[in-house]
Design a protein around this ligand. Structure first.
Ligand SMILES: Nc1nc2c(ncn2[C@@H]2O[C@H](COP(=O)(O)OP(=O)(O)OP(=O)(O)O)[C@@H](O)[C@H]2O)c(=O)[nH]1
Ligand SMILES: [Mg+2]
Ligand SMILES: [Zn+2]
Length: 307
């Protein structure tokens, strides 16, 4: 029988099969599968698996089907990626107005991660009820020249939720964003039947409280499915070469071809078209600084690796 993994807790895997949730374990030999050994967990939410039904109604996972793509988190001090989900159609990066503070550097890292994986990324900025006009202007200004889909929503007023619902339709999306931005609140408001737990942001630190603790997939309507995640903070990009990074900054795009050097990292090289565009205001300076910031992380990593 073939099903989809929707949740993992310890050694147990929930497999969705014809509308039922079957609690399953892994056959021992799966743990030794070379293909799966690369990651911290052999199975991820979103995996398509073959399983056998045991007499007591539990399942035994026999095989994990080839993955179309994976969403991982990389730890600097580990040689194994942390596998978060598989076979996803879209990444929804969530941020918010108010608290916790808008973190566009975080969004930029995810945009790079998504482009690299070939998974479309949508930016959703929640708590629109708390936004000032200038906040929205700052956001649009930052991504100027980049045809990025930005949705503005509020789980309190319901604004923007029809649009978001449409964007989620018919595929598997994963919600990523730091704790407290309202990932779960948005899901609850769009699909009241879910009734998931949420908690207010701490007055003291302005941070969320990590209310969602598990990666879990929910089937909404028809083929529309969504994965809620705990507030993840760090995404390594260590598999990307420094020279390659510019490719994933979409508004650099075709202009990089006009740089005097090739490859150009748009940092120290003379006659750099990207730097010219930043000076002319065609590319946001803040966004360019975010690029340099990631670039220097990648360089440090390479230095350490080959030392
Ligand atoms: N004003 C306002 N508050 C919101 C909105 N959406 C969520 N909140 C509040 O923000 C807090 C955090 O919401 P959650 O949905 O728990 O956030 P989360 O992103 O799921 O956080 P984690 O599960 O910890 O990763 C709650 O107190 C919500 O009521 C919104 O649109 N406007
Ligand atoms: Mg949550
Ligand atoms: Zn350049």
């Amino acid at each position: 029988m073939r099903g989809t993994v929707t949740k993992i807790f310890g050694r147990y895997y929930t497999v969705e099969y014809e509308g039922q949730s079957i609690i399953s374990t892994l056959r021992g030999r799966l743990r030794k599968d070379k293909r799966l050994e690369k990651y911290s967990e052999p199975v991820a939410v979103g995996d398509i698996v073959d399983f056998e039904m045991e007499k007591d109604g539990s399942g035994a996972i026999e095989l994990v089907h080839e993955r179309r793509n994976i969403f991982t988190r990389k730890y600097k001090d580990s040689d194994r990626d942390d596998l978060i989900a598989a076979n996803i159609d879209q990444i929804v990066v969530m941020q918010c107005f108010g608290k916790p503070r808008l973190n566009l550097r975080f969004v930029d890292r995810l945009l790079v991660r998504g482009s690299r994986e070939g998974i479309p990324v949508l930016l959703c900025v929640n708590k629109l009820d708390l936004a000032e006009d200038c906040d929205i202007a700052i956001l649009n200004d930052y991504y100027r020249g980049y045809d990025l889909g930005i949705m503005l929503t509020s789980a309190v007023t319901g604004k923007g939720l029809d649009g978001l619902k449409k964007a989620l339709e018919g595929g598997l999306s994963i919600m990523i964003g730091n704790s407290g931005v309202g990932k779960t609140s948005i899901l609850n408001r769009m699909y009241p039947g879910l009734d998931l737990r949420t908690t207010e942001v701490s007055e003291h630190t302005g941070k969320g409280r990590h209310t969602t603790t598990n990666v879990e997939m929910f089937r909404l309507e028809g083929d529309t499915r969504i994965i809620d995640t705990p507030g993840l903070r760090e995404f390594g990009l260590m598999d990307i070469e420094p020279e390659e990074l510019g490719i994933y900054f979409m508004e650099f795009g075709k202009y990089a071809r006009k740089c005097g050097f090739s490859p150009c990292t748009h940092e120290h090289e003379p006659d750099c078209e990207i730097k010219k565009r930043v000076e002319k205001g065609k590319i946001s300076e803040e966004r360019y600084i975010s690029y340099l910031n990631i670039l220097s992380t990648l360089r440090d990593y390479y230095k350490n690796r080959y030392r």
